[in-house]
Design a protein around this ligand. Structure first.
Ligand code: DWN
Length: 409
């Protein structure tokens, strides 16, 4: 299959024993928004199958789509989501306050997107972003965040270290689930990191996906659905230490992992590992059973939307997220149900969603074209959005929140 290859071995431990635990069929790429002229062209679709490694407990996709196709013409910008910017501002302040010792210290961000995090601390230390996305890195440079326009790798780590010196901190948020050769990237981090440096990365936690978070976070960009068990197996194999672990309320719940070349592990690390065992995250049956929850959610949401449309209700989408596109495609919810989807990302406005071809418009549209119901596709920001849209709700507009269980608020 062009631009895609089958994964035969576990990306962390190399095991060939990779039982399939979930199959979502074939799907278009979740962030491959279309312009009007491309609507009639054939969209590439790829298998979305999830495998489990009983040896290191990594949950991983069975097929890998080429990174160039996924990330070069990228539409996602961190700054489009105010709650996410606030979250990264706090992390940036923690890095500058707790880890940066001198203005000459270097902080490197892998997957730096539009420079939202680094721009917060660029006057307090040396910063360097690394990201492969064409338009997005231009946004970072425009805000004076020095950025290397490339994929991170062990080879790039060598040249960055020789040019800029060792990094006091390497930070990577929502990127360590996206990289095929994860061993190469983690070894590159170890190369780049100063001997007393700190590696801090956030990844969506598979424990949340199975409970509160949605299956809709399973899409081709996300090659891995990490547990602490799986990331610790990788770090251990590279001679690195998990110093600490925290859960943060991003994309449902994400793990923020603190790792380094030395030092101790906090009590929280073993406690978290024990919690994962109790949740069944080291058992393949847990993931097989998850598919039943998805089908139940599908029946409830599709049933509700059909009933509302039969009653002549006007329904639109809110937040043209990658997770939203996965949900719409897997549940076959198209423009016959949603008139349009609003989104705060300028790059997405004026495009059409992959597979379902629903127009993406500016949030202002809702003021002049008020719907009866809004399907919240960016449910991970529900609290902030309910607050932001309280006037709409006072007018009687109802929000449908699809994850973890369908509810109308
Ligand atoms: O790993 C990834 C995750 C972390 O972010 C990437 N693969 C791509 C992306 O996934 P996503 O698109 O599901 O992420 P979000 O942050 O849930 O996307 C939210 C979307 O909703 C953005 O396009 C912005 C938009 N939005 C909005 O229209 N109004 C967001 C907020 C908060 C709003 O008020």
């Amino acid at each position: 299959m062009e631009n895609c290859h089958k994964k035969l071995n576990c990306s962390i431990c190399g095991s060939a024993d990779l039982p399939e635990v979930l199959d979502l069929g074939v799907m278009p790429l979740a962030n491959a928004f279309l312009d009007k002229e491309s609507l009639d062209t054939e969209e590439p679709q790829f298998p979305l199958v999830v495998n489990f490694c009983p040896n290191c407990f990594l949950v991983q996709l069975g097929h890998v789509v080429d990174g160039e196709l996924l990330f070069k013409n990228y539409h996602y910008t961190t700054s489009a989501s105010a709650p996410l910017v606030q979250h990264f501002n706090k992390l940036a302040d923690e890095i500058a306050g707790d880890y940066v010792k001198s203005p000459d210290d270097l902080v490197v961000e892998i997957g730096s997107n539009d420079g939202s995090l680094l721009s917060r601390i660029k006057d307090r230390c040396r910063v360097l972003g690394i990201d492969p996305a064409d338009k997005i890195t231009e946004l970072a440079v425009a805000r004076h965040v020095p950025t290397i326009h490339d994929f991170f790798s062990a080879k790039l780590a060598e040249s960055v270290r020789s040019e800029f010196g060792p990094a006091r901190v390497v930070v990577a948020n929502n990127v360590m689930a996206h990289i095929d050769d994860i061993r190469d990237v983690f070894s590159g981090v170890k190369t780049l990191l100063a001997d007393d440096g700190q590696f801090i990365f956030e990844v969506h936690w598979v424990g949340n996906l199975l409970t509160e978070g949605g299956f809709d976070q399973i899409y081709h960009e996300h090659l891995y659905y990490h547990s602490l068990h799986s990331v610790k197996a990788l770090l251990d194999s590279l001679g690195m230490v998990v110093n600490d672990i925290r859960l943060v309320p991003i994309h449902g719940e994400s793990m923020r992992v603190y790792a380094s070349k030395s030092g101790e592990s906090s009590v929280a690390v073993q406690d978290f590992l024990n919690r994962e065992i109790e949740m069944g995250l080291t058992e393949s049956s847990t993931y097989v059973n998850f598919s039943k929850k998805i089908e139940s959610n599908k029946a409830k949401l599709v049933g509700l939307l059909s009933e509302l449309k039969a009653r002549g209700k006007k329904i639109v989408g809110y937040g043209a997220s990658a997770k939203g596109n996965t949900l719409l495609n897997y549940f076959h919810i198209g423009s016959d149900v949603l008139d349009y989807i609003t989104d705060t990302t300028p790059l997405k406005q004026g495009t059409y969603t992959p597979g379902t071809h629903i127009p993406v418009v500016s949030p202002e549209k809702i003021i002049t074209d008020t719907p009866d119901y809004i399907l919240l596709l960016s449910w991970n920001y529900a609290d902030a959005i309910m607050e932001k849209e309280k006037d709409l709700r006072r007018q009687g507009v109802k929000f449908i929140i699809p994850v973890p269980d369908v509810r109308i608020v």
